[in-house]
Design a binder for this molecule. Structure first.
Ligand code: SF4
Length: 747
């Protein structure tokens, strides 16, 4: 307790995937103060400016309080029962008439509220569709596809062992601003200041992270694949590969070696506009130190995205840096972030018009406009959007506007009346992250496994619902729940042990109910607990895989039938979050799921793509287009953006938040001055924006942050960079957007 009846309450930030621990001082049901939570074992009192402004996420004029229905050009309040009845009727009609392929779900809980995904995907699948569009396929699925081949499953991945590494290479990653590791600024500064450690940044810009780096390689935009191929060639030509590691842990080496044998690394480095000796030195250090590598959107949203991820995995393997202390390690999780959907299996769904397969179970948001606008019977006609704002978050706002305008049914579930809500037929209010039980499976750490369950710390205004309840309401109306849940409900009222026994018996007799088990849990245990999300977490822990149980045992939980219940109770007892597991650092490569337990270096489907990345062809491909002579980096992490979650611009008042960053040389050449309005044009569209002339930009390269162009109380704040990004400008394998390489002109 502290002053005037207010209370400090423990929770977590939902504005980026680090989910730092926060304490909120709640007074009169409002967040009056925010401080980092020192008790959170993962973030340990660390939070950035965004988290400290979380009150702007919670309290603003666009919060949704009641279900809305679009009638003509306006929205009218409607009761929950009417809204769910009508939506269920329309879903039944569309799926009945056009088949399950007509339905898509776009959501999964964003940065901090992942529990809805269990319900959204269960509803989708119970209606026969697999079309789950998710932000993961906006950024990461090319890398996850590569992981599926090299590590054995798409949901496995590696991250730097940040505590043990003595050389961290940040490629296209401005960790100072985008975080992506616990306590990012503390860690990056510590590495940078430690005379025995090296921070190397490979980035076209003099980013905030590049400014504190020991070595900065200011790579030419669009040449990440070429540079990585050159680094591999240097390793092999100099004989720096870790042969003992390769003999023990890698397969397929013989097939890939010819790709690099005669590769002209010097010519490649010239095209990358870097000094050969500097690249050779970084490569040598990488091959001989306890090195690790982290790539971010500069690479994942750059040219040759998927193949760059592949080349990086080859480089790491050749240098013996996967699954070893200080290298890139496979973290443990309480729940993987997706499934394994191998496109070679004919059962894996593909998009109908654009023929992209699911990766990790996700389809790329970039192709959805084409899947809706296609002139075909089996096009998408109904979309359920949940906690996402594709009209601002995904590439090509113009294409999305056109496509969503053609849908027979668009439902948006959100906490705020977003730009996507404005186009919807129905808008359903969700409880905010601070009004419900929820959590995230993003908080990767190594070797420990972390989890924090956020609890309601504020009372809702109006009548928003938990997302799980909303999907349950639809599932019930669509007749998707099994009969005979009364005994389960009665057991749930007694205790969880009795419920567990009853559930086992019920599923034994009703195996088909397994397909909708989140709804069974929500309807029975969820009612007793007062939260469908809590019930889903309980169910998740009961079915946790053996690897999680082994990790949990290492963290002190007793193996045996009561382990899941013990972990669940510990999670409830620790609102600040806790370590729920610990990986075995001595045996990290045991997590591989390949057939021979080794890293599989040869991916035949990518062979031609790798071989096509040559200095001459790249030089030709990178020649500026006279119509669009500059390269736009469409999206930039900064302290003043948080996707589209912070709708009230007041949190940035007095700051220069949304500008076009341009190097002074380019500004002089174009006769443009700092502070004036300029027009930026690409093949997708055109926006007006304030010019910021800064040495941190690279000549020929301009930058606009993402997350702006939001409409608030009748005004639009900043430029929407997704007007400038064409949805068809994407990775050919994963469909992820090439946001970091958008040819443009500035006038
Ligand atoms: S935005 Fe990210 S780094 Fe900043 S406080 Fe929130 S979770 Fe932590």
């Amino acid at each position: 307790m502290a002053g005037n009846g207010g209370t400090w309450k423990k929770t977590g930030c939902v504005l980026c995937a680090q989910n730092c621990g926060l304490e909120l001082f709640v007074e009169g049901n409002r967040i009056a103060k925010v401080r980092p939570d020192k008790d959170n074992p993962r973030s340990q009192g660390y939070a950035c400016r965004k988290g400290l402004h979380i009150a702007y996420f919670q309290h603003h004029a666009q919060r949704l309080t009641h279900p809305l229905k679009r009638v003509g050009g306006t929205f009218q309040p409607i009761s929950w029962a009417e809204a769910l009845d009508e939506i269920a009727d329309r879903l039944r009609e569309i799926v009945g008439r056009n088949g399950p392929h007509a339905l898509a779900y776009m959501g999964g809980g964003g940065q901090g509220c992942h529990f809805e995904a269990a319900f959204g995907t269960s509803l989708l699948r119970a209606l026969g569709s697999r079309y789950h569009y998710n932000a993961m396929a906006q950024e990461l699925t090319g890398m996850f596809w590569v992981n599926g081949r090299i590590l054995g499953k798409q949901y496995l991945h590696t991250l730097p062992d940040d505590r043990e590494t003595d050389m961290l290479v940040a490629k296209g990653w401005n960790g100072w601003m985008s975080h992506q590791m616990p306590q990012a600024r503390r860690h990056l500064l510590a590495i940078s200041k430690d005379p025995h450690k090296l921070l190397v940044v490979i980035d076209p810009r003099k980013s905030e992270t590049a400014k504190i780096a020991d070595i900065h390689l200011p790579i030419r935009p669009g040449t990440d694949a070429l540079l990585t191929r050159a680094m591999i060639a240097i390793v092999l030509q100099e004989g720096w590969q870790n042969q003992a590691y390769l003999d023990r842990h890698a397969s397929g080496l013989d097939e890939i070696l010819p790709w690099f044998k005669d590769f002209d690394a010097r010519a490649a480095v010239r095209v990358c506009e870097l000094e050969y000796e500097a690249v050779r030195e970084v490569t040598k250090l990488f091959a001989h130190r306890k090195s690790s590598l982290h790539s971010d959107l500069g690479v994942l949203m750059g040219r040759h995205s998927t193949v760059t991820s592949y080349l990086e995995a080859i480089l790491l393997t050749l240098c013996g840096r996967i699954g070893v202390p200080g290298g890139n390690v496979l973290p443990g999780t309480i729940m993987p972030l997706g499934s394994h959907s191998d496109e070679r299996d004919p059962k894996t769904w593909r998009t109908r018009e654009t023929n992209f397969p699911a990766i990790m179970g996700y389809f790329p948001p970039n192709v959805l406009p084409e899947e809706i606008l296609a002139e075909r019977e089996d096009r998408i006609r109904a979309v359920m959007v949940s906690n996402a704002n594709p009209l601002r978050s995904y590439a090509d706002t113009t294409a999305y506007e056109k496509a969503f305008g053609r849908l027979d049914l668009l439902v948006t579930i959100d906490v705020a009346f977003s730009e996507t809500a404005a186009l919807s037929h129905y808008v359903l209010p969700a409880l905010s992250a601070y009004e419900k039980w929820d959590g995230t499976f993003f908080a990767w750490t190594y070797p420990e496994v972390f989890f924090q369950l956020r609890r309601p710390v504020l009372k809702p205004q109006g009548e928003p619902w938990e997302e799980g309840e909303i999907f349950l309401g639809l599932a019930e109306r669509l007749g998707l729940l099994p009969e005979g849940l009364d005994a389960l409900s009665r057991a749930a009222e007694k205790d969880r042990a009795a419920f567990g026994m009853e559930l086992l018996q019920f599923l034994g007799k009703n195996p088909k109910a397994l397909a909708v088990v989140p709804f069974v849990l929500a309807k029975t245990l969820g009612r007793a607990m007062g939260s469908s999300h809590l019930a889903a977490l309980w169910g998740l822990l009961q079915t946790a895989p053996t690897t999680f149980q082994e990790n949990a045992a290492r963290a002190g939980f007793r193996p045996g039938p009561l382990m899941a219940e013990e972990i669940f109770q510990a999670i409830l007892d620790h609102p600040e979050g806790l370590w729920v597991g610990k990986c075995d650092p001595e045996n990290n490569l045991a997590s591989l799921q390949t057939s021979d337990g080794k890293l599989q270096l040869f991916i035949p489907e990518l062979a031609d793509w790798v071989k096509s990345i040559q200095p001459e062809t790249e030089q030709e491909a990178l020649k500026p287009d006279p119509q669009f002579p500059l390269i736009l980096m469409a999206g930039r992490h900064m302290d003043m953006n948080a996707n589209t979650l912070m709708r009230n611009p007041a949190w940035n008042e007095g700051k220069r938040a949304c500008t076009l960053a341009m190097h002074p040389e380019d500004a002089r050449r174009l006769g443009l001055e700092d502070g004036r309005a300029v027009r930026v044009t690409t093949e997708a569209g055109s926006v007006e924006i304030e010019l910021e002339v800064t040495e941190s930009a690279r000549p020929g390269h301009v930058v606009i942050p993402h997350g702006f162009g939001l409409e608030y109380e009748g005004r639009v704040y900043g430029a929407n960079v997704n007007r400038l990004a064409k949805n068809t400008h994407r990775d050919p394998l994963a469909g992820t957007p090439l946001h970091r390489y958008v040819p443009c002109r500035v006038e």
